[in-house]
Write a protein that binds this ligand. Structure first.
Ligand code: ADP
Length: 275
């Protein structure tokens, strides 16, 4: 009976432990939900007036303005857009923490998405004294695949803008190719730069949220440290993998792969033609 009593006591204490654990798990869950809810509400509250500021500034610039005022409004717009992009990153991060980062898969021409992302950042690359090159061997052969074009562009913009930001007077190369692996065909994307590079310790913490490799460098370049964490989450949601190789002082190569899920439908037209 003594043994039975001690087994029962052990069982009871296990039960209590399990109850405590479940209690703290539920409390943490509730805490996380409250945090995500708070971030989502704040995000929307900030986004509405920010969009009003940006919209008004844009409207004002439609009319001829004295040079100084036009330049001032230009600064308001650029700063507002930077703020909006930070806000979107924080909201995406809150969603991914909550398991609610959504992807919307549709027939997509990846060649068009990659080309659009490079075109969007071409001016910024040139401002930084960089050459930007797009390499797509036989672009006409690329299949239309099932993926999320908006999220794919978001990942590419993050990688390319990082490459531009951390390279001065160098080259940024964006490559897209189809590779045949054992598991089937994969789309392989690469963003290669000849910039400052990252050491081994930096590479280890690269995809952690809020991590920035070198605080002093990042104070100079800005950024939230969320871009890569979000990009990794997006690529994984699209069924892919991410990777990086880098050498300090030489440059970096960020890549990701997506499965080729071919579709028979045509991609949505970029613009609807008016008759
Ligand atoms: P951030 O908004 O700070 O750029 P990211 O998550 O996109 O956030 O990047 C995290 C950190 O990884 C950067 O702050 C930088 O230290 C490092 N990093 C990212 N891309 C590069 C690159 N191409 N070259 C050198 N360092 C990089």
């Amino acid at each position: 009976t003594r043994q039975l009593r001690s087994v029962r006591a052990a069982g009871l204490s296990f039960e209590r432990m399990a109850r405590d654990l479940r209690g703290s798990y539920l409390a943490a869950e509730a805490g996380n939900r409250a945090k995500s809810q708070f971030m989502a509400t704040m995000g929307h509250e900030i986004r509405t007036p920010l969009n009003a500021i940006l919209g008004t500034a844009e409207l004002m610039q439609l009319q001829p303005l004295p040079e100084k005022i036009d330049a001032g409004i230009g600064t308001i717009r650029r700063s507002g857009e930077a703020l909006l992009s930070i806000l979107n990153q924080v909201l995406d991060f809150a969603r991914s923490e909550d398991g609610k980062l959504t992807v919307e898969v549709q027939p997509t021409s990846v060649v068009d998405v990659v080309t659009a992302a490079v075109d969007m950042l071409r001016d910024r690359a040139i401002e930084n004294g960089n050459r930007i090159e797009l390499e797509i061997p036989s672009p006409h052969r690329f299949p239309v695949v099932e993926t999320d074009p908006t999220r794919l562009k978001q990942v590419l913009l993050n990688l390319i803008s990082n490459a531009i930001k951390f390279t001065e007077g160098g080259t940024v190369t964006v490559r897209l190719e189809e590779r045949l692996n054992l598991g089937g065909a994969r789309l392989h994307f690469e963003v290669i730069d000849t910039g400052i590079g990252i050491d081994e310790e930096g590479i280890r913490k690269l995809y952690q949220p809020f991590s920035q490799v070198d605080a002093s460098i990042n104070r100079r370049f800005g950024g939230t440290g969320l871009g890569l964490a979000i990009s990794k989450e997006i690529v994984e949601r699209l069924g892919g993998t991410v990777g990086v190789s880098s050498k300090k002082g030489v440059g970096s190569r960020f890549w990701f792969e997506l499965p080729v899920i071919e579709t028979t439908s045509l991609p949505a037209p970029a613009a609807v033609a008016t008759i």
